[in-house]
Design a protein around this ligand. Sequence first.
Ligand code: DAH
Length: 338
Amino acid sequence: MKFIDKLKDIEKIAVKDISDSSNIEELENARVKYLGRKGIVTDAFKGIKSVPKKDKPEAGAFINKLKQKITILIEEKEKSFKSKESAVFENNDITLPGIKRELGHVHPLVKTTQEIIEIFGKMGFKAVESPEIETEYYNFEALNIPKNHPSRETFHTFYIENGNLLRSQTSTSQIRVMEKEKPPIQVIHAGKVYRPDAVDASHSFMFYQIEGFMVDKGIQFSDLKGVLERFAKEYFGDNVKMRFRPHFFPFTEPSAEVDISCFICQGKGCRVCSYKGWLEVLGSGMINPRVFEFVKIDPAVYTGFAFGMGVDRICMLKYGIDDIRLLYENDVRFLKQF
Ligand code: DAH
């Protein structure tokens, strides 16, 4: 190949490299590649030595022109980058206000949980965690729920492999804590529970509960009343009234369901309380001596109370939410309101 033809090839490739470079760095690389100290054009100048004498003037002139051409192309390309940059800057009105980034916030269920835990925390209850995957022993047996109890059936409890289940109540934490700790015990526990319920406005296959209990010498039903009343007033307001209705739970004896006077209508009767004036908010009672036997706490020495509430229900009552599904769909238009 003749030297002059090599130069023509170099020219073609150089023009393409320069026009292909899409930013200042790429353009600088092209400059170094052709015009740098060890660049292709610089190299070509040295190659003239080996060109036959008669072709030298033509080759020399060509290289000089090539160098000029490349230099000019690079300068022009550089200018075009700079003018684009300044165009971007000029089209931005820097006096416009900035774009406000929206801050997220806690989910209403988390907020409700935190507020409730905080109130009990101030009364000396220690927050604990407890497993969501449980055995029949912790979910039923040690809580004195008999073998034939309907809640044990598969349409009330999610059974999984190896005889495990998804806990259907946070009362499991009573057993988990009491088998490890000795009284005095004063514990509050929030967590998810699972039940194979068909989903509708008031049912979900997963929801949240808060369990609390206190065990020591001389704990009485009046302690339970005092603690729950303090909670209800702090959370729902000072005017709220409370009533205990006798009930049955296998793990407490005696047991009671607890209502508060409707804080929407002050007990007069409205849509939220189904015109009863009262809202059921939790289950409670004195810990059944049989439960104490399972965890090897002597029921002749110690007594205790326990209570459990549905966080979703309390959250829905507090904020006037009429469909539990709203709490799990994570529609930002809903969540933004809290
Ligand atoms: N575990 C019960 C439930 O899921 C709620 C409950 C009732 C908890 C009474 C208690 C209690 O600690 O004493 O329906």
